[in-house]
Write a protein of this length. Structure first.
Length: 356
């Protein structure tokens, strides 16, 4: 296994000047907030795109349907970047809605080709209603239904025979290196209808989560970080102890073995949704029973994870803030406003002490 501390090198904990948020948004002495994107446009994922640029994934509303959205440009202000709205395209299917997650960029995977991205997500089609199908997109950013030359949309769905029953939903959430992580739901099951999966793009193989030898403990996988070689770190949530807790776990893509499983339940953490390398460990974003929370952990000499240092995230004046993704030391998600059905995406730059 490649040493995590040596390999986590591309993202650092200090924001560049181009990403610093206005001082007027200062909340206390630890978090600076700002709005990004437009009303009812969600942010679900982020990856560095070189220099001060990023690629964001998310969604927007179109005629009452949720549709996938991509953004390329500075993290703040997003009005200086470009929004892309490609329509997932599959032979013989009429796509009615979609939601984009991920992404990965040429900065982190040279095999993508300059300017290209890999995006994962889910879509619904006209003939099957509310069932969700997973996909991987690889190629340049674009809008509309005309797929650029060399670009590919690939459907991926957890095999029913592997899952132990008919699969109704496959929802990929994040991709890095050769892997995709996400969740799936069964049509019916006696104890649980959902679990997490890993899909290996290179081999086309699947690995289902079985913490404690069980696939019925509502495990979810939302974020993945490639440490180098065959070493990955994955985050999500699980009922492994009978209550939903956030987890970090290492995964070896060759042996297909998990290690260093660590559970976190600060303020009833339900799951981690994003992960980014810091050089000493990881920054994470969580959804808790009381809203969003930013967490920093280090990797110990034996490869295990430290306790986390937590910073609550709550957009000023917002009714509820979710924690959807994290970039360097910037948390992001959406928030709602009392008395309104609309929502906005936000970023929150966190200055917090390093964990020990």
């Amino acid at each position: 296994m490649v040493n995590k501390l040596h390999s986590i090198r591309l993202e650092v904990i200090v924001l560049s000047a181009a990403v610093l948020l206005p001082s007027a948004a200062l909340a206390g002495n630890e978090v600076r907030y700002a709005q990004i994107l437009e009303t009812n446009e969600s942010v679900t994922g982020v990856r560095g795109d070189g220099g001060a640029g990023v690629v964001l994934t998310g969604s927007y509303q179109n005629s009452g349907e949720t549709q996938g959205l991509l953004y390329r440009g500075p993290l703040y202000p997003t009005k200086m970047g470009t929004i892309y709205t490609p329509v997932p395209t599959f032979s013989g299917q009429t796509v009615t809605s979609s939601l984009f997650y991920g992404p990965n960029t040429f900065v982190f995977d040279r095999s993508l080709g300059a300017g290209n991205v890999r995006v994962v997500g889910s879509y619904q089609q006209e003939s099957t209603g509310s069932d969700n199908y997973g996909f991987i997109y690889k190629g340049p950013l674009y809008s509309g239904t005309t797929v650029p030359d060399g670009a590919t949309w690939t459907e991926i769905n957890v095999p029913s025979d592997l899952a132990g029953g008919p699969v109704q939903d496959t929802i990929p959430h994040s991709t890095m290196g050769d892997l995709v992580v996400g969740n799936y739901d069964l049509v019916s099951a006696p104890l649980s209808t959902g679990n997490a999966f890993i899909y290996n793009i290179r081999s086309g193989s699947w690995k289902l989560f079985d913490f404690g030898g069980s696939m019925t403990n509502e495990t979810t996988a939302y974020g993945i970080w490639h440490n180098g070689g065959n070493s990955y770190t994955i985050v999500g949530g699980t009922d492994y102890h009978g209550i939903q807790e956030g987890f970090l776990v290492d995964y070896d893509s060759v042996s297909e073995r998990f290690s260093h499983l660590t559970l976190y339940k600060h303020h009833l953490v339900t799951h981690f949704e994003g992960i980014t390398g810091t050089g000493r460990g990881f920054n994470l974003i969580a959804t808790t029973a009381t809203g969003a929370a930013f967490a920093s952990v280090t990797v110990k000499p034996d490869g295990s994870f430290s306790d986390a240092i937590w910073t609550p995230i709550s957009y000023p004046g917002g009714k509820l803030s979710t924690g959807n993704s994290v970039y360097k030391n910037v948390a992001m998600g959406i928030y709602t406003v009392q008395g309104s059905e609309s929502f906005r995406s936000y970023i929150a730059a966190v200055t917090a002490p390093e964990p020990r």
